[in-house]
Design a protein around this ligand. Structure first.
Ligand SMILES: Cc1cc2nc3c(=O)[nH]c(=O)nc-3n(C[C@H](O)[C@H](O)[C@H](O)COP(=O)(O)OP(=O)(O)OC[C@H]3O[C@@H](n4cnc5c(N)ncnc54)[C@H](O)[C@@H]3O)c2cc1C
Length: 364
């Protein structure tokens, strides 16, 4: 039988939330083990790979401090600089919003974050799955792990949340993505209406290729996601070069409670995703840093772990809450018919659509 592994902080998942939490906990000098069930961090890519610029992130989360350290990434992780988002309504009418961002290769991006965590002293084990908590210890495919703090950064269907008795993400939306070859304009394109009921389809340009995909709300659709993707691909004559990969996106904002006992959840596991656009990488990193630092302070100085709840809500809750409310408005008034979608996009106009995308109040 495998010997029990001991660590101060056990992190489950090596996505942005897990690697950032592992890094910041390790930087404070506690022992950190982070587990990844996949053989290789970040592979396969299940993401649109769009990362907002630091200026956009600060605009969305004005309470964020020290964004440079968290979001500074090497230039070789920037595949394409983005200056705007083109919104296309069901009749093909377009509106261009200014929005600065860059596209990355999510596999290399996640590997970079995991590398930073390892450089800080965290130990990574790939091909290792967390199964459940038994007698206060983690039961994993590598054996039993004894920990002082457990951080669940294991994505939208979090087993850690379930084991801790925390809520699951309600109503997550499926989304699929693939890479295509070709030359694309330097703005993100989002398409609304029957092409992606209750959500949107996208073209996110990279260098001589693009990340394309479709997300939808099961409540508004009457086909499979692969069928919607096939229609989208046919319409744009995409030259697809990769397998179609899919995952769920939390769609209703954060879960009510994210800490219990000596465990907490972060990133998609906590529903920390802007419901209106499905963007979650910056939020996972912001909350991951808070989680890692507070977990280490708990181990070293007995800081209450419940401080995590307050600290992440301070920075992220307001925009998350506004985005979730705006999404409810869209579900009620805009989705379900192409005519209504067009009508709502016309009423909102470019300025308010920009607020919608950024998780800001639509009306004063
Ligand atoms: C199709 C699609 C497109 C998206 N596009 C964008 C975008 O362009 N920009 C953006 O900001 N956001 C985007 N998102 C959202 C974004 O991908 C997530 O919000 C982000 O990845 C959350 O990071 P995380 O670390 O919380 O979770 P994840 O990135 O999901 O990482 C969780 C990790 O935990 C591992 N894991 C799960 N269970 C276990 C277990 N039991 N044991 C061990 N390991 C486990 C998983 O393998 C995974 O590596 C998109 C999502 C989807 C589905």
């Amino acid at each position: 039988m495998a010997a029990t592994i001991k660590t101060d902080v056990l992190v489950v998942g090596s996505g942005p939330a897990g690697s950032v939490a592992a890094r910041y906990a390790a930087e404070k000098g506690v022992s950190v083990l982070f587990l990844e069930r996949r053989p290789q961090v970040g592979v396969p890519v299940r993401c649109g790979e769009l990362i907002p610029s630091l200026a956009e992130i600060r605009g969305m989360f004005p309470k964020l401090t020290d964004g440079e350290t968290l979001f500074g990434t090497p230039a070789n992780l920037h595949r394409r600089e983005i200056a705007g988002i083109t919104l296309t309504d069901p009749k093909g009418k377009t509106r261009l919003l200014p929005f600065t961002a860059y596209t990355t290769d999510r596999d290399r991006f996640d590997q970079h974050l995991a590398q930073r965590a390892q450089e800080a002293g965290a130990e990574l084990r790939t091909s290792t799955m967390f199964r459940r908590i038994t007698d206060g210890k983690a039961d994993t495919t590598a054996g039993t792990v004894e920990y002082k703090v457990l951080i669940g950064a294991d994505g939208p269907g979090s087993k850690v949340a379930q084991s801790l008795g925390l809520a699951a993400n309600r109503n997550p939306y499926p989304a699929v993505t693939a890479q295509v070859e070709g030359e694309f304009e330097p703005s993100v394109q989002m398409f609304f209406g029957g092409i992606a009921p209750g959500a949107y389809s996208w073209i996110i340009p990279k260098d001589h290729r693009a990340n394309v995909g479709v997300g939808f709300s099961p409540a508004f659709s009457n086909g499979t996601l692969s069928e919607y993707f096939a229609k989208f691909a046919e319409l744009h004559d995409f030259k697809i070069t990769t397998k179609l990969e899919g995952k769920y996106v939390p769609s209703e904002g954060p879960i009510k409670q994210t800490v219990v006992g000596n465990g907490l959840v972060v990133g998609d596991a906590a529903g920390q995703v802007l419901s209106v656009n499905g963007g979650g990488v910056p939020l996972a990193m912001i909350a991951g840093r808070i989680a890692g630092q507070i977990a280490a302070d708990h181990v070293k100085n007995g800081r209450p772990l419940t401080d995590y709840e307050q600290a992440w809500r301070d920075v992220l809750y307001k925009p998350l809450h506004i985005a979730a409310d705006n999404k409810k408005l869209a579900d009620t008034f805009a989705f379900g018919s192409d005519t209504r979608t067009r009508w709502c996009m016309d009423i909102l106009g470019t300025r308010r659509m920009a607020k919608l995308i950024r998780g800001q109040h639509l009306f004063p």
